[in-house]
Design a protein around this ligand. Structure first.
Ligand code: NAP
Length: 295
């Protein structure tokens, strides 16, 4: 058996074209141009690539894009001042502070300083809490993208056994909460989980968000399961080059799973598409305009 490969790039293009159409309508009917600001502190090369891609995608969707770069030596006060300025800027509807931040800057204090209505990453504790109790909230982009792909592939997720490996605040926990909202029976696994392979073998939906290359092996997967690989790991490849791999051993898993997201080209492109969708949502909420539905 060979699994269906879930093409995150193609799916993300569809979402992005819906966002672009929505932006055009907002401009025409309401004179509203959604704006996204991305704050990048320091010189992390991977963060620079992410921020550049986000900027390109934002402009392509017809939105305003602002990029603020601060040096690695920036103090917490400097970062908080930027956030305060962006909170007060009416042309900016979404604020994203690229993580990780340098060690002298308290990540939680910065995330909590973002106006929750502009928190397009969905990391503010107000949004986390609202989402947990089922109130309208900004929901983190990566799990939203995963749910969209799962619903597209499987339709109704009710009653399915879902295992999420990883319990971070930005992926694992919101992913589990969204799956619960879709009426899955959810297990959250982590580094202390006993007999992880056996836990995974129970999953109709297996989401790996760990950060360990190729950790999930083929024989951990229930035949026919849908596997979402969130992991992005750079490892040594051929000819002295490096390559990206996920948390799932793709070559083994594709022989057992029913469907699987590749790395790259799976979850990653959907994360950016969902960031744009969240920015449109935030702009609509700020202007009390009905929000578009994306899933
Ligand atoms: P994180 O904050 O480091 O969390 C990793 C989680 O994995 C933790 O809950 C940890 O458990 C668990 N874990 C570690 N080793 C384990 C093991 N041997 N067995 C079972 N669980 C284990 O990472 P994250 O921010 O959630 O990111 C996870 C991965 O997703 C990374 O590769 C990251 O680059 C990628 N990512 C991709 C996107 C995208 O758009 N594609 C977005 C975000 C993240 P404990 O809690 O017990 O320590």
């Amino acid at each position: 058996m060979s699994a269906e490969i879930i093409d995150g790039r193609a799916f993300a293009l569809k979402v992005r074209s819906r966002v672009t159409a929505q932006v055009t309508t907002l401009k025409k009917q309401h004179g509203l141009t959604p704006g996204l600001a991305v704050v990048l502190v320091g010189d992390d090369p991977a963060s620079h690539v992410y921020v550049r891609n986000k900027n390109i995608a934002t402009v392509e969707a017809g939105m305003k894009s602002e990029e603020i770069r601060l040096p690695d030596t920036a103090s917490q006060e400097e970062v908080l001042e930027i956030v305060a300025r962006l909170n007060a800027d009416e042309s900016i509807h979404g604020i994203l502070v690229q993580l990780p931040l340098p060690k002298q800057v308290d990540e939680k204090a910065v995330l909590d300083a973002i106006d929750p209505i502009k928190d397009v990453d969905g990391f503010h504790v107000i949004n986390t809490g609202r989402q947990a109790v089922g109130l309208p909230a900004m929901v983190p982009c990566t799990p939203v993208g995963c749910i969209m792909m799962l619903k597209d592939k499987l339709g109704d997720l009710s009653g399915l056994n879902a295992v999420v490996v990883g319990r971070s605040n930005i992926v694992g926990k919101p992913m589990a909460s969204l799956l619960l909202g879709e009426n899955c029976t959810v297990t959250i696994a982590h580094s202390r989980t006993r007999d992880l392979p056996e836990v995974c073998r129970n999953a109709d939906i297996l989401v790996a968000a760990v950060g360990r290359p190729n950790m999930v092996r083929g024989d951990w997967i229930k035949p026919g399961a849908t596997v979402i690989d969130v992991g992005v790991n750079r490892i040594d490849g051929d000819n002295g080059k490096t390559k990206l791999v996920g948390d799932v051993c793709f070559d083994e898993a594709k022989e057992i799973a029913g469907a699987i997201t590749p790395v790259p080209g799976g979850v990653g492109p959907m994360t950016i598409a969902c960031l744009l969708a969240n920015t449109v949502k935030a702009a609509c909420r700020a202007s009390e305009i009905e929000e578009p539905a994306y899933s």
